[in-house]
Write a protein that binds this ligand. Structure first.
Ligand SMILES: [Zn+2]
Ligand SMILES: [Zn+2]
Length: 259
């Protein structure tokens, strides 16, 4: 979940926590968009000098809601070459987990940005999906992350290649399994044009068959989105055979039975 520091989310962590308590959730996690080494990289993440403020906001929610487990995490952008920066971020606080996400397929194109939607018209969809999954595979292979975020994000605007993408998914999932990295079931996809959880049932079934672990996330950018559509996500996971998901505390993994 996110905070206003990323400049495209609303509501303080305490408000997200209040909503979680209202829903009867027992555990939530904040993983706001982490800073880049250069603050002018883009305008949809916290600045580096706000990192401590972010941690304080989450700590305040933890203090105000002792009945709720609140994890402190980051959603970190993976681009090849960012590894050293991500290691520096990882060392700055005692994070519970790091989510590695690919949004960029080049230094200046975030494929999920509605402001850059026209860029899709300049590229072949299969070429974009190929780069995306190649970078996602590298993210899984990097050993930097506990979780890989929204694994099939390129479907967001429903721009799907005609070509069969199974081999792209396969390479990524085999790497995730080998490196013991989980993928998240992210319900935000249901709120986008694709109207589908990330990842698709096809990818999730492949993940199950290859023994890739899962987590659940609402990717809430507002308190009202906390835990949204979780019952659908759990049903999807069960439908392909999952019985457990993962939880992380200070980057240590624990397997949790699906309730
Ligand atoms: Zn966001
Ligand atoms: Zn993301």
């Amino acid at each position: 979940m996110h905070t206003p520091l990323c400049r495209h989310a609303a509501g303080e962590p305490v408000e997200y926590a209040a909503r979680a308590v209202e829903l009867g959730l027992t555990e939530i996690g904040f993983s706001d968009h982490s800073p880049m080494r250069r603050d002018d990289f883009d305008d949809w993440r916290m600045r580096f000098d706000q990192l401590d403020e972010y941690v304080e906001k989450v700590r305040k929610a933890q203090k105000d809601f002792p009945q709720l487990t609140i994890k402190l995490a980051l959603e970190t952008d993976y681009l090849p070459g960012q590894e050293e920066w991500i290691r520096e971020l990882a060392a700055r606080h005692s994070w519970d987990y790091l989510i590695g996400s690919v949004h960029y397929v080049s230094q200046d194109w975030a494929i999920d940005s509605p402001y850059q939607l026209s860029k899709w018209k300049e590229h072949d969809p299969y070429e974009v999906w190929s780069i995306y999954f190649d970078w996602l595979t590298r993210a899984a292979d990097s050993g930097l992350f506990e979780i890989i975020g929204h694994a099939d994000l390129p479907k967001k605007f429903r721009i799907i290649p005609k070509e069969d993408c199974t081999s792209l998914f396969d390479k990524f999932l085999i790497t995730a399994a080998r490196k013991n990295v989980a993928i998240e079931l992210n319900t935000a996809g249901l709120r986008k044009d694709c109207k589908e959880i990330y990842p698709s049932k096809q990818i999730l079934q492949m993940a199950k068959d290859r023994n890739v672990a899962i987590t659940f996330g609402s990717d809430a950018h507002a308190p009202a989105e906390v835990g949204m559509n979780f019952s659908e996500a759990v049903a999807l996971a069960r439908g392909v055979g999952y019985t457990h998901c993962r939880r992380f505390t200070q980057r240590k993994v624990e397997s949790v039975i699906l309730q």
